[in-house]
Each structure stands twice: as structure tokens, then as C-alpha cells.
Design a protein around this ligand. Structure first.
Ligand code: GLY
Length: 344
């Protein structure tokens, strides 16, 4: 069970955790940007490059080397400070070093706070495949705070917000409507956003508690991602990457349409979601000439079976069905409706 701490007093929360555990050494793992948040620099700091291209075995090897040099033992503490790349890589490095050193996550992005830092998935990219090597290894504690978000680029806020929306779609119609009222141009209301995060993360925590190793129900968290990953991968292959959450937002609309076509998910909620995504997640980069490439990617998604396309779908907000098989014709129809919704 992970201990989740929602606070904007991050420094005090970390100090409490450090002192409670009687650790011999505290090691910080940060990327080149988040390391700047640590001033003065702590005595044991491992700085890694930022971006997915550094989420590699070479980086992990360097982290292990530094841990050896610093004399890290099983009585040490690792603190991962950063976005999903740092918490995924740092978590796996800590979980494997001497068969496991305690680690805590301090996510600095909305995407990290609401998804990557929580739930125990750790690992690295390998052989050209994302998150190919890793383990389920939960951080002992996760400190979730909005204090890092004032300086977060708007695109990154929107990217994380798509996962917040996903959690509301899996759980709570009122929260879904509340989120659709969100105005990204307004200054951050920290109290309100921390409350939104508390609710959102709880949805994930409850699902993961019932299925930590993704044998069944955890696949619900894949809502929006079968189609979303295809958007993300195709954009990447073409050398014009899109932020993960933008692909997820477009994927959520497409899978809401599929839910409507196959499970009678209410059309008014498809339209509400579609309008929000049209207004906030612009520059959808695909048209009907891309459908074959997108379908091929969906068939080869690592979570699909036997070349079938499977998604998590909804009957209504809050009622999900995992492992739903959809046909290429269903997806084609849904992509047409998505483009119509987005006005492209
Ligand atoms: N990102 C979905 C999960 O952790 O299962």
C-alpha cells in the first residue's frame, strides 16, 4: 500500500519522511531541470538527462554506479524528483539496487502526479519499445503537490489534465462535468486543483489496489489509450510528436464514440467531451488517409490480443467494460465522428 501525501508543504513532508525512517543516506534523483529546484544542492544528488530519449539502460547503469560510489545500502532512501521519466527510471533503479532500496516519488508535473508516480509501474524503454523493461514496484510514499505547476508549460498542464478527465470518466459524472468547466487561461487555484488531484488519484489507487499487476480490472485505466497510443506512435514515427495527453484526449473522444456505438454511452456526454477537447487540444494531425496506419498500430498495441483491437469502453460515465473487441469498421466510423467533433 502506498502512502499518499497531498500537500503544498513539500519540504516539510519530505523532512518528516526522512526522519521517520532513520536512513543512513538520502539520495536524490532528478533531471537537469528539476535538479535546479534543489538549492542548495543536497550532498547526494544524481542528475540525469531529461526527456524520454534518456529513459535507457545506460542511464540506469550510471545511476547504479553513482549509488555504489555513494555507499547506498538497504537502509538508504531514494527520492525521485521529477516527471514520469524520473519516477519510472528512478523507481526501477532503486527497486533493483541491492534487491530494493526504499524510494519516494515527488512528481513535479500534473501527468506524473496523477498517473506515473502512483501505482507502482517502473521501468525504462528498450529495443525501441516504450517501457519494455521494468517491474511493478510501488514507491513507499508519494508526495502530491500543485506547487510545481505555476511554472509548468500550458501544454504540459493540458497533457496531464487528460488523465484527470480519464479518471473522472471511470468514476463520477459530477466530477466529469466539473472538469469540463476548467479554464486553462485562469491562474491556478491551488486548493481546488489539489482537491481535483486527490479525487483523481483515488480512482487510480482504488483500481490498482484490486488489480496491482494488471491481470484484469487495471486495464480500465487504459481508457482512451488504445486509440491514443496509435495517435502518439504515428505522430512519433512521422517525426512530429504530440504530447501524450493530447493523444489521450483525442483517444478519449474516439473511445467515447465507440462506447456510444457499441454500448449506448449517452451522446450528450460524447458531445460535451468532444467540445472540450476541440477547444483545448488543437492541431489534430491526421485525416482519413491515415486510418490504415492507425488501425495497424492499434492491432499491434502491446495490450491487444491476437491482432484484435481491444479497448476499455463505458456504458455511462462511471461504468466501464474492459477487453471490448472493436472492429476496424467501428474504429473507422468513430474516427470520422471524432474529426467531425474536432472540426477538422
Ligand atoms: N497508466 C495506467 C496504469 O498505471 O495502469
Amino acid at each position: 500500500m502506498q502512502n499518499l501525501i497531498f500537500t503544498n508543504e513539500v519540504k516539510a513532508a519530505i523532512e518528516r519522511l526522512e526522519h521517520d525512517g532513520a536512513h543512513n543516506i538520502t539520495v536524490w534523483i532528478a533531471d537537469v531541470n528539476t535538479a535546479r529546484l534543489l538549492s542548495p544542492a543536497p550532498p547526494h544528488l544524481i542528475t540525469i538527462g531529461d526527456g524520454d530519449e534518456n529513459k535507457t539502460l545506460e542511464t540506469v547503469t550510471r545511476v547504479w554506479d553513482e549509488m555504489e560510489r555513494m555507499g547506498v545500502t538497504r537502509h538508504s532512501l531514494v527520492i525521485n524528483l521529477g516527471g514520469g521519466m524520473v519516477t519510472d527510471l528512478g523507481g526501477w533503479a532503486a527497486a533493483t539496487f541491492k534487491r530494493g532500496v526504499r524510494f519516494i516519488n515527488v512528481p513535479t508535473t500534473l501527468l506524473g502526479a496523477v498517473d506515473a508516480a502512483v501505482g507502482g509501474k517502473t521501468g525504462i524503454n528498450y529495443g525501441g519499445l516504450k517501457n519494455e523493461i521494468g517491474a511493478f514496484a510501488p514507491a513507499s510514499d508519494v508526495i502530491i503537490s500543485t506547487c510545481f505547476f505555476d511554472t509548468l508549460p500550458l501544454q504540459e498542464m493540458k497533457s496531464g489534465f487528460a488523465e484527470v478527465l480519464k479518471h473522472a470518466m471511470l468514476s463520477d459524472h459530477d466530477e466529469f462535468l466539473r472538469l469540463l468547466d476548467h479554464d486553462f487561461s485562469a491562474p491556478i487555484n491551488h486548493d481546488d486543483l489539489l482537491e481535483r488531484l486527490r479525487r483523481s488519484v483515488q480512482v487510480k489507487v482504488d483500481i490498482v489496489a484490486r488489480d496491482p499487476n494488471e491481470q484484469g480490472e487495471r486495464k480500465a485505466l487504459n481508457l482512451g489509450h488504445t486509440v491514443g497510443h496509435a495517435f502518439e506512435s504515428l505522430a512519433m514515427k512521422r517525426g512530429k510528436p504530440v504530447p501524450h495527453g493530447y493523444a489521450v484526449a483525442w483517444g478519449l473522444v474516439t473511445e467515447a464514440v465507440l462506447s456510444h456505438l457499441l454500448l449506448k454511452f449517452p451522446s450528450e456526454d460524447v458531445h460535451r467531451l468532444g467540445n472540450f477537447v476541440r477547444d483545448n487540444y488543437r492541431d489534430f494531425p491526421f485525416n482519413c488517409d491515415d486510418y490504415d496506419d492507425l488501425l495497424a498500430l492499434m492491432r499491434h498495441d502491446k495490450k491487444s490480443r491476437d491482432g484484435e483491437i481491444t479497448c476499455t469502453l463505458l456504458t455511462v460515465i462511471g461504468d466501464y467494460r474492459i477487453d471490448q473487441t472493436v472492429t476496424p469498421d467501428d474504429v473507422t466510423a468513430a474516427l470520422d465522428i471524432l474529426r467531425d467533433q474536432l472540426g477538422v
